[in-house]
Design a protein around this ligand. Structure first.
Ligand SMILES: NC(=O)C1=CN([C@@H]2O[C@H](COP(=O)(O)OP(=O)(O)OC[C@H]3O[C@@H](n4cnc5c(N)ncnc54)[C@H](O)[C@@H]3O)[C@@H](O)[C@H]2O)C=CC1
Ligand SMILES: O=C(O)[C@H]1O[C@H](OP(=O)(O)OP(=O)(O)OC[C@H]2O[C@@H](n3ccc(=O)[nH]c3=O)[C@H](O)[C@@H]2O)[C@H](O)[C@@H](O)[C@@H]1O
Length: 431
């Protein structure tokens, strides 16, 4: 099939390379010319395992990128993989969706053949049919349902495992406005749907939109619940990891997403939970539980720094911060809990000395005025430090030597492997 993908960020680039891998002819339409040049040069614009080799294999062949929307006219369907960030008040901001849809509609005015537009971005119920559809119709002069089809197909990939998550998903959700649209997507995903492990969910558009939010809200809530149970376990002097490992043996609960500690961050859980809360309020419902999910999460970084302050006077202290990315395996620092930990350390008058295997440049570029020191290795960060906090659970922190610290006080927000008896103080945030 000939596929166009509007937006070549984490999702758009990943699915473009994977669809090319499945044998489709793919073009990425992206406003950032630097990203376009990178993809066309056969390189990955983002850090994601498995992506560089796929882009190198297909660029110049089945995969290309362009800034020119007219490229969509040579394709059968277009995915919208545009950003859907939070507005100041946490509500869903649709400026990029509106702008990209307008450009797509204008380009499709030039095409008479059937065309399917698929919303891949995470959007609240009603957005596909009440925002995207009308913009498409007015910009293209074509009517949805008359050769111009509309569908919503949410994405569940995780950063760090995006390629394998896309190619080997638990489920594919298709919310289509017509049987033809659903059939086109089934054909597109053929080899993925043939896998026994992939469930196919066909539903209406509104349900498809909400499934994505419900999925993320559930996972974020699970981590907040696990964190709350961990906080309680600590008060009782019990080990939450042992407790939750046993709880996870119950099939109804599952062993996944049971790691308590510093909480969830990233570009999706925070914005999606906020958008759902704001959307629910707009509909007249007060989402008390989701509010609590956020407040438990917001409190964990402060709790971590308070725990350190029980052992180290923060004013004037050198504190090693191990990890900056929002989770291991990615250089993404958006809404990383590590940044909140750093803010609390700075508020307490400490000097944070940060180390991360891949995310330091992102922090430097994004927060040039942040008054912290950076280290080239964990060992350098720990040298002469009065205390250390573990903010991201990179595997290289397992079995780390804490020698060289002024005082071996370690407060762990991610349950790395350490020998507590070898340290002066070892505190786990939730165990
Ligand atoms: N990042 C992730 O792990 C996942 C993200 N999602 C959802 O997918 C959507 C996209 O997310 P990401 O790929 O992470 O965003 P991103 O910010 O990495 O990429 C979006 C891309 O769209 C481009 N763009 C913006 N306006 C444009 C326009 N008018 N025309 C063409 N290109 C334009 C940007 O330059 C950027 O490269 C969001 O709704 C997100 O919630 C869903 C599942 C996973
Ligand atoms: O909508 C999205 O963009 C994506 O959001 C998450 O993916 P991602 O943000 O890449 O990362 P996760 O692995 O889900 O981790 C999210 C946060 O939860 C934290 N977490 C996760 C699991 C756990 O047990 N404990 C825990 O604290 C991680 O450290 C991280 O900060 C979802 O897992 C994806 O299914 C979804 O597609």
């Amino acid at each position: 099939m000939h596929v166009s993908i509007v937006g070549s960020g984490y999702v758009g680039t990943t699915i473009a390379a994977c669809l090319a891998d499945l044998g489709h002819e793919v073009v990425n339409v992206e406003i950032d010319p630097e990203i376009v040049d990178t993809v066309n040069a056969g390189e990955a614009p983002i850090h994601e395992p498995g992506l560089p080799e796929r882009i190198a294999d297909h660029a110049g062949g089945r995969l290309r990128a362009t800034t020119d929307y007219d490229a969509v006219c040579d394709t059968d369907l277009t995915f919208l993989c545009l950003p859907t960030p939070s507005a100041e008040d946490g509500s869903l901001e649709l400026d990029a969706m509106r702008a990209g849809t307008q450009s797509l509609g204008e380009a499709l005015a030039e095409r008479d053949d059937d065309h399917l537009v698929v919303v891949k971005s995470t959007v609240l119920p009603g957005t596909t049919e009440e925002v995207v559809g009308p913009i498409l119709e007015s910009a293209s002069g074509r009517a949805v349902g008359e050769g111009l089809e509309l569908a919503m197909n949410p994405e569940f990939l995780r950063m760090g495992t995006a390629v394998s998550d896309f190619l080997e998903p638990d489920k594919v959700v298709i919310g289509a406005t017509s049987d033809e649209a659903a059939g086109t997507l089934r054909d597109l995903y053929g080899p993925i749907l043939e896998r026994e492990e992939t469930a196919l969910v066909e539903t209406d558009v509104r349900e498809a939109e909400l499934i994505k939010y419900a999925n993320n809200a559930f996972l974020a809530a699970k981590v907040s619940l696990v964190n709350e149970l961990g906080n309680v376990a600590r008060e009782y002097g019990a080990d939450a990891y042992e407790v939750l490992e046993a709880v996870g043996l119950d099939d109804r609960i599952s062993e996944q997403f049971m790691r308590s500690g510093l909480g969830w961050g990233g570009s999706c859980f925070p914005k999606d939970v906020d958008a759902l809360r704001a959307g629910a309020r707009k509909q007249g419902y007060d989402p008390e539980l989701l509010d609590a999910v956020v407040s438990v999460n917001d409190d964990q970084p402060r709790r971590l720094v308070d725990l350190l302050a029980d052992h180290v006077a923060l004013e004037g202290a050198r504190v090693a911060v191990l990890g900056l990315s929002f989770k291991p395996g990615t250089d993404d620092i958006r809404k990383s809990r590590a940044l909140d930990v750093i803010d609390h350390l700075l508020d307490g008058g400490a000097t944070p000395v940060a180390y991360d295997p891949v995310a330091i440049d992102n922090v430097r570029e994004t927060y040039p005025d942040l008054e912290i020191e950076y280290a080239d290795s964990a060992k350098d960060a720990l040298a002469d430090a009065d205390g250390a906090v573990v903010a991201t659970g990179w595997s290289e922190f397992d079995d780390l030597s804490f020698e060289g610290m002024a005082r071996q006080v370690v407060v762990d927000g991610r349950r790395i492997d350490v020998d507590p008896d070898a340290l002066e103080v070892y505190e786990g945030l939730t165990w």
